[in-house]
Structures are given as structure tokens and as C-alpha cells.
Design a protein around this ligand. Structure first.
Ligand SMILES: Nc1ncnc2c1ncn2[C@@H]1O[C@H](COP(=O)(O)OP(=O)(O)OP(=O)(O)O)[C@@H](O)[C@H]1O
Length: 318
């Protein structure tokens, strides 16, 4: 890639991502403006979209389970939620929800459909952008293709209130690109040494190479809150010592056989068994997430840093 092209992409990315995450300038007009604005029929302010990436490093820790059920719990609570399956090439959100996509993100990239046409309706008003399965090309998207996906969200006439992004396992660009672009990052951890070390590895890359300064850890498949907080202590202790990032306790989800049964039935447990332990935990997580205070300049600082990192000046990021 030429340096100029890389620079263009980087600055384009900065604009696209900042447009996607910034708050509308006139969210709360002064009281004396409100009456006149009723008469003036000013154009509606663009809705602020809260972006949350669900990551974890290790496979099988429950990233998709958390993304699907958090999305469903927010939808049940009346929020307008879009869930992007960013596990490109190995999609599973559509399978988990019993959806039958006829198109995937590759069609969007090829200009064969719009984002609106790609979105599938899941129960409870949740909308899903499917990733596509078995396509190697999708697993190796270029930075320009990542930017095109993000731009498609930016161009939605009415952005959702929440954009949740279910990321893949590992540390590929597909993971770091979307996690770094989101205002909030959830790292899902379960009580296994490899889950903790992979979560630490992901945290290290996101903080060191992409300027992510806060991550929220969600403990999954644990017995109780005490075990969840013990896991958080382990991860926070080591990252406090070696990394410039705060790992906050985001919540916990118990191991619940109902969850596996719901997945076998291709339903979200929050929808199928709303009173199960797991469903109640996801509703609690959604309630907490709804109150999370975003950084004052959500996304902006991080995006500038992030865009810089996509420009391979002086070599690839460490
Ligand atoms: N809280 C839970 N209780 C019981 N089973 C769970 C729980 N969370 C996840 N599981 C089960 O763990 C398995 C892996 O979950 P999931 O597919 O969400 O993980 P993942 O991290 O997205 O995996 P991958 O990285 O491979 O996409 C699934 O079979 C799911 O049913």
C-alpha cells in the first residue's frame, strides 16, 4: 500500500469513526430555545450511537453468548440495538438466533446490498448484521474493508442506540480494529488459566498499540459473584502492574445449563427463559451497561491514535 493511500485511509477512518461515536452537538438545547425549535421544525439531531465491542482473546469463553444475550436484554428493555457479527468467516450469531441470512458482509463490501438490506430481524426487535461463514476472504479483511464496514454504519439514516460488536477469538486485525473503534470494550473471561492469559494478551495489545484506556471485564460461567470478583482481581492486579489501562468489573454470568439448552434451540436465553439465572444476569448486565458513563470524548482520542496505528510509519505496530 502506498504511504499516501495509507494516510488517506487513516484520516478517513478518523472522520468516519469519530462521526459514528460522537454525541450530537445539540443533545439538550437551552430551555429558551425549546419553544422556538417546536415551531422551526429544525432537522432532527443525529442520534448518538453507543458502541460496545465484546472480545475475549480465547475461543469458547462465551463472547457470542454475551453479545447475543446482552443485545437481547437491551432490546427487551426497549433499546434499539444492532448486533454486528464481526467473527468474519466463522459467523455464529445468526445460527445462535435461528436466522437464515441470504447475504453477508461480503455482499455489502462488493456493493451488492446496503447495510439496511443486510440486517436481519431477530426476536424482540434486535437486528443482526451477519458475518458470513466459510469465506476465507472475510477472515482477512484489509483495513480499507474494515473502514468500509464502519462507514456503512456511519451512513445509516437513523443509527441505532446501541451497536454491539461480537468479535472473533485471537488477536487478528478483525478483532483489534473493531475493539479499538468501539467506545466500550467488554472482555469476557472464564475461570481457566488460558482465558486469563489470553484476556491479558488482548488487553496488552489494545492498550499498548491502540490506546484503549478502559476495559470492562465480564466473568462468564462462574459460580457466584465472589468467584467473578476473584477473577477480576487476578486480571486487574497484573494489568495494573504492567499496563496503562484500567480493567473495571463489568459484571458476571453464572454457568447455567438453560443457556446451553437455549442455544441448542437457536434462541437467546433472555427471550426463551427470561427468569433463568443466566437471563437475570444478562438483564442486570444490560441495566449496568445502560448506565455506563462513556469517556467525555468517547472514541475520539482513541480513534486518532488508532488511525495513526493503521499507518505503518516506521514499521508495524509492536
Ligand atoms: N454462562 C454459560 N453457561 C453455560 N454454558 C455457556 C455459558 N456461556 C457460554 N456457554 C457455552 O459455551 C459455549 C461457547 O460459547 P460461545 O460460542 O458464546 O463462545 P465464544 O467465545 O463466542 O466462542 P468462539 O470464540 O469460538 O466464537 C457454547 O456452547 C455456550 O453454550
Amino acid at each position: 500500500m502506498s504511504g499516501v493511500l495509507a494516510m488517506d485511509q487513516a484520516s478517513g477512518l478518523t472522520q468516519m469513526l469519530s462521526a459514528m461515536t460522537r454525541r450530537p452537538a445539540a443533545e439538550a438545547p437551552p430551555a429558551h430555545h425549546q419553544a422556538s425549535s417546536l415551531l422551526a421544525a429544525a432537522p432532527a439531531a443525529r442520534r448518538h450511537c453507543r458502541t460496545i465491542a465484546v472480545a475475549g482473546g480465547k475461543g469458547g469463553v462465551g463472547k457470542s453468548t454475551v453479545a447475543v444475550n446482552l443485545g437481547m436484554a437491551l432490546s427487551v428493555a426497549g433499546r434499539d440495538v444492532v448486533l454486528l457479527d464481526a467473527d468474519m468467516g466463522l459467523a455464529n450469531v445468526d445460527v445462535m438466533l435461528g436466522l437464515a441470512p441470504s447475504r453477508h458482509i461480503g455482499h455489502l463490501l462488493d456493493g451488492e446490498c446496503t447495510l439496511d438490506e443486510l440486517m436481519l430481524s431477530a426476536p424482540r426487535g434486535l437486528r443482526v448484521v451477519p458475518a458470513g461463514s466459510g469465506a476465507r476472504r472475510l477472515a482477512q479483511l484489509s483495513s480499507g474493508e474494515h473502514a468500509a464496514i464502519i462507514r456503512a454504519f456511519d451512513e445509516l439514516a437513523q443509527p441505532p442506540e446501541y451497536l454491539l460488536v461480537d468479535t472473533a477469538a485471537g488477536l487478528s486485525d478483525n478483532v483489534t480494529m473493531f475493539a479499538a473503534a468501539a467506545a466500550e470494550v467488554i472482555v469476557v473471561v472464564c475461570d481457566e488459566p488460558a482465558s486469563l492469559t489470553d484476556a491479558y494478551g488482548l488487553t496488552k495489545v489494545l492498550s499498548r498499540d491502540f490506546g484503549v484506556r478502559r476495559i470492562r471485564m465480564v466473568a462468564n460461567m462462574v459460580r457466584n459473584e465472589g468467584d467473578a470478583r476473584a477473577l477480576h482481581q487476578k486480571l486487574a492486579r497484573v494489568s495494573d502492574r504492567f499496563l496503562d489501562v484500567v480493567i473495571e468489573f463489568g459484571g458476571w454470568v453464572p454457568h447455567d445449563e438453560r443457556l446451553r439448552q437455549a442455544i441448542r434451540r437457536q434462541c437467546a436465553v433472555v427471550d426463551l427463559w427470561p427468569s433463568s439465572h443466566a437471563a437475570l444476569a444478562f438483564k442486570q448486565l444490560a441495566g449496568a451497561a445502560d448506565k455506563w458513563v462513556e469517556p467525555e470524548r468517547a472514541g475520539l482520542d482513541r480513534i486518532a491514535f488508532f488511525a495513526g496505528r493503521t499507518t505503518p510509519v516506521g514499521g508495524v505496530p509492536r
